[in-house]
Structure formats: structure tokens, C-alpha cells
Design a protein around this ligand. Sequence first.
Ligand code: FAD
Length: 444
Amino acid sequence: MLNQQREIVILGGGPSGAAVALGLKRIGYTHITMVSEARPFKAMEGISERVVEGLKGAGFQHALKTLPDPSPRYVTWNGESSQANTERLIDRVAFDQALMMDLAMQGIHVIQGRVNAVKSASFGHEILVESCEQPIELKADFLVEARGRAAPSAGLKRIRGAETVSLLQYWQGPEMERRSAAQSFESGWAWMAADEYGRRYLQLTFDVASANLPEKAKLVEHCNEFLTRLSEAQPFLQDAEPTGELHARTSTPILCEQACGENWIRVGDAAMSVDPLSGNGIFQTLSSSLQAPAVINTLLTRPDKSRLAQQFHQLRLTELFYRFARIGRDFYAMEDQWSDSPFWSKRAVWPDDKPLHLQVDISELEVTKRPVVNNDLVDLAEVVTTPDQPLGIWHLSGIKLAPVLQAYREADTQEVLVERLLNQGLEKRQVVMAMNWLRQQGAD
Ligand code: FAD
């Protein structure tokens, strides 16, 4: 059987599973099956322009059409109010349906159903799916686990941040301007969104251990006591009424310590999920999923590079996880009205006290071999690493940086450096870019 005809089954049709499906299709894989059931609750989420770029880069078209224009985001944090930013508020039900439409339009087999069991088999994996017609049994050479936070942990070791829960309520009121708002309070923070149809999504995030949440029947009342005291919540509550059931979502940051094996990979939230405070969930999900097709391609076609590909995936996930964890930590630390309360004190110091970015001296830059993606395969290449970029930078707009650094280290004068860069085959405009990059690293 040709490698590209190997059966690849993807479990979970959120942004991560869908991005992997399109990436594999682009590489040339022809036997891709997506199995997903619709997400079991309504949600509105905020995304940045980086996500829009990521979706375009991944090849989505229908999903992009569901995105509304950016709307204002109001924030009250550490007692200060601002309205500096915007975000696009997406309806996750419509967005996820459009993702599946994109897959179907590109000829990917989409099965709507619930994955009930996954078993290892001599050929790979056996998947049992409950669909509306009859149970389906699928066979896969390769399995992509993309069921988000609902993916079973499968006995894998995981690193967890402070246990966190977000309680989501739906309210309905008169039409209002599409907008979102966030506000901190002593035992957590609130995120609220409204669309022009008067739908409101009111989400309160608490620390599981210290929140003293009441029994389920009293949760709505409990949440409303907080909401009525928040200034940012007032426009969302005005003339509005709760509708539907409250929905609890776990929002603990989690990193899977082994997210890849020889014939399986975990992507998106199933591999690593970040605190929703960063507002980067879908962005990090896309970042980890865009690298996955090259990892899968390497595992299927170059067994000699299997370890390297697994290592690459894990290193990238870990780096991304800690980067977002530190962004969250710094944001929590900005709130110092209640720095002794369990909610804020835990989160302002996790995961560590390392700065988000390190000041780097050019003498600390090193040329090292690291795994990179090259022509849809993971391979070793010489990259430039810094204490701030331990995974290394290979290219800058098509310019390989390791030879640039080597030329800089060997040249006595600027003239010699320019000559060496030209001798490496760089065009004049690329020489200018390389010199700029060196200057940004502190070269004189
Ligand atoms: P998901 O989007 O979770 O997709 C998984 C898919 O698998 C779903 O369609 C699900 O129905 C399906 N599935 C699950 N189990 C099965 C099964 N057994 N059989 C078949 N299908 C199954 N991110 C942002 O960018 N902005 C935000 O404002 C934001 N707010 C958030 C608020 C909270 C409280 C939380 C918890 C997260 C938030 N996120 C936000 C994060 C964002 O939701 C996730 O990072 C993103 O959806 C992960 O994508 P995914 O494809 O990995 O998983």
C-alpha cells in the first residue's frame, strides 16, 4: 500500500482536528476520515486577528465566512477600566459546523457520530462509533486524537495548573451592540459577550478548591450574586433574563507529557490546553495542529526519523504551553487588590518565576542542530538557539540564520561580513535583512 493511502482517522472536529485534516490532504493523503459529534453546548468565544491568519493559512474558507467583524472589548482589571482592544466573537456551534463543511468540500470523509471506544489492534487502531443510523467500526493505521478537553487521558502523565472551573450562563435580552467585557473580582474573573440578537454569554471562572461552590441547583443564584455586583456586567444584565441551563467547563491548564507515539498523535486541547484568560485557546490549538501533518507524514513515511518527529512535537507543545502559562501568570499578577486570596495568589506564581522573555546578548546565540519542518517532513537542521528561543530559529523570510551568525562571528569588519553573506548566495536585500537581524540581536 502506498503510504499516502494509509487510513488516518481523526477523532474530534474542532479547529485542531479540522486543521490536521486539511494539512494531511494538502500533503497528498487520500484516506482521511474525520469522526465528530456536535459540541454538546453553545458557546461564544473571542478570537484575535492571529487566529484569522491561522485559519486562512490552514485553508479554511467556510469557517472564515462565519467570523463577524471585530467588536469592542471592555475590561476592568485591578480596579482600572479600559476599552483599548477588540476581538471577534464567534458562535462556536456555527463555526464548528463550517469547519466540517470545509472538510467535506475538500473531499474528506466526515462521519457525524460519537466515538465510544478506541482499541489497539495489530494493524493500528479500531474505533467504535455510535452514529444516528447504526454503529460503525473503523480501522486506522494512524490515529489523531483531537477530542479537545473531552479526550480520555488514556493513562498518560499530565502536568496541571491550578484546578479551575468556568460556569457559563445564557441570557436573552433586547438587541444590543455586539461586545465583550472582562472583569476581575476577589474569587475569580468574569468574561461576558453579547451579540446583536440579544444573546448573552456570561462566564465566571473560579478556583475549584477554594470557591465553595454550592450544589448544582443553587449555582445559578450563586453566579448571579457575583454578576449583579460587577460594573462591566450591567449592560449584559439590563432587561435580560437567564435562559437554558448553566454549563460548567473545566478550564485548568493541562499539558500531556507524551502527546505522540509511532502511530498516534494528540493535537489541540487534547495535547495541551491553556487558561482561557489568555484568550489564546484557538490560537494555540491551531499552532500545535499546523505542525502535526508534517509529524504524521514523517511517522508514516520515515520510520528512521520517528523519534525525532515525536520529540519535535513534544518540544513544541511544551514550549507553547509554558509560554502561554507565563502570559497568564503575568496577567494574574497585574491584579493586586486581592493578592492574598487563594484564586489570585496561586495563579500569580504558576508555573514558575521565569520572565516571559529573556534579554539576550549576542554572545549567547549558538548554532545547534534541532528538529525542524522541511518539505512536510521533520528533519534535523542547523538553527540559531538563544536562551529565549531554545527550540531555535532556522529561517527568517527564507534566509538561513545559522550561516549568517557563523559569518558574523568569523568576520573582522562589516565589509568582510557583507562579502561573506553575498558569497553564501544571499541577494542584496537579503543581506540588509540579515544585517538588521544581527543588529536586533545586539551586533555592533
Ligand atoms: P474542541 O474545540 O473542544 O473540539 C473537540 C471536538 O471533538 C468537538 O467538536 C467535540 O464535540 C468532539 N468530541 C468530543 N468528544 C467526542 C466523542 N467522544 N466523539 C466524537 N466527537 C467528540 N479559546 C479562544 O480562542 N477564545 C476564547 O474566548 C476561549 N474561551 C474559552 C472559555 C473556556 C471556559 C474554555 C474551557 C476554553 C476557551 N477557549 C477559548 C479555548 C477553546 O475552546 C479551545 O482551545 C479550542 O476549542 C480547542 O480546539 P480543539 O479542536 O482542540 O478541541
